[in-house]
Design a protein around this ligand. Structure first.
Ligand SMILES: C[S@@+](CC[C@H](N)C(=O)[O-])C[C@H]1O[C@@H](n2cnc3c(N)ncnc32)[C@H](O)[C@@H]1O
Length: 232
C-alpha cells in the first residue's frame, strides 16, 4: 500500500507537510544515480519530513556496501557507518525528525543482521544510533537554529558532523560545523564548549586540527567506531 502523503490538513497548513510519493523519490534520485551509489557522498534533506529521500539513498548505498564488503563484518560496519554518516536531515517537527532517524536506523539494522549475523554487536548499533541522533536535526532550515517542541527557535545553531575514517583503520573522526558555516551564511556566534566533551588529541596528536580549507570547525573527536557513543 502506498504511504500517505498528508497526515492532516492542519499540518499542511502550518508546515506545508506533504510527503513525496515513492515513485517520484526514486525518479529524482535516479537523476543523480552515481552519487546515490557512492558510499560517502553527502546528502542533506533540509525539510526531511520522515526522510523519504534519505531512506531511498541509504538503501542504495547499503546495497553497494553489501556488494563490496559482505565478507568482513569489520569492513561492513565501518562502511555502513560511513554511509549513515553521509545522510543529513532537518525538520521543524520533532515527530518527523524522530521518525526519520527511526526509519534510517531500521534499514541499517535490517542489513546489519542480514550481512553480519552472529557478529552483530550492540556497540556498533549504538554508534549507528549516535550518528543518526546528530545528523537528523529538529531545527528550522531557514533560520539555521534548533527549535523547541513548539517549533520556536532556540539559541542553539544547527550543527552538523562530518564523519570520516582518516587513518584507514577503526578510528572514526567527527568534525562539527555549524550549518551556517557550511552554507557560507552569516555564522551564529556561539562560544566553543569548554570541557563539556573530551577530545582525544592527547591520544592521537597527529589528529590536531590544521587550518582547514572549508573554514573553522567547532570541535573534533577521534575514537574507535565501536566507542563512538561514549564521545559526547
Ligand atoms: C513538503 S514536506 C516534505 C517532506 C519530505 N522531504 C518529502 O519529500 O517527503 C515539508 C517538510 O518540511 C518541514 N518544514 C516546514 N518548514 C520547515 C523549516 N522552516 N525548517 C525545517 N523543516 C521545515 C515540515 O515539517 C515537513 O515535514
Amino acid at each position: 500500500m502506498a504511504a500517505k502523503q498528508v497526515k492532516s490538513r492542519q499540518r499542511v497548513a502550518d508546515h506545508g507537510e506533504v510527503f513525496t510519493a515513492e515513485r517520484e523519490v526514486k525518479a529524482m534520485c535516479d537523476l543523480v544515480k552515481q552519487e546515490t551509489e557512492r558510499i560517502d557522498s553527502r546528502f542533506l534533506e533540509p525539510a526531511c519530513g520522515d526522510g523519504n529521500f534519505l531512506v531511498e539513498i541509504l538503501t542504495r548505498k547499503l546495497a553497494i556496501v553489501k556488494k563490496k564488503y559482505k565478507r568482513s563484518a569489520y569492513d561492513w560496519e565501518r562502511n555502513s557507518l560511513l554511509a549513515l554518516g553521509s545522510m543529513y536531515g532537518v525538520d521543524i517537527l520533532l515527530d518527523n525528525a524522530k521518525a526519520c532517524r527511526d526509519r534510517l536506523y531500521e534499514i541499517w539494522e535490517q542489513e546489519y543482521k542480514a550481512v553480519c549475523k552472529k557478529e552483530c554487536n550492540d556497540d556498533t548499533r549504538a554508534a549507528a544510533r549516535f550518528i543518526l541522533e546528530r545528523n537528523i536535526v529538529c531545527g528550522n532550515a531557514l533560520t539555521l537554529f534548533c527549535v523547541d517542541n513548539e517549533q520556536q527557535d532556540t539559541t542553539e545553531p544547527i550543527v552538523f558532523s562530518e564523519w570520516t575514517f582518516p587513518f584507514n583503520d577503526a578510528r572514526i573522526q567527527r568534525k562539527d560545523y555549524t550549518f551556517a558555516e557550511l552554507i557560507n551564511a552569516e555564522e551564529p556566534k556561539r562560544p566553543k564548549k569548554e570541557g563539556a566533551q573530551q577530545t582525544l588529541f592527547d591520544l592521537y596528536p597527529e589528529a590536531k586540527p590544521e587550518p582547514d580549507e572549508e573554514g573553522i570547525f567547532l570541535q573534533q573527536y577521534i575514537t574507535h567506531y565501536r566507542r563512538l557513543s561514549e564521545n559526547g
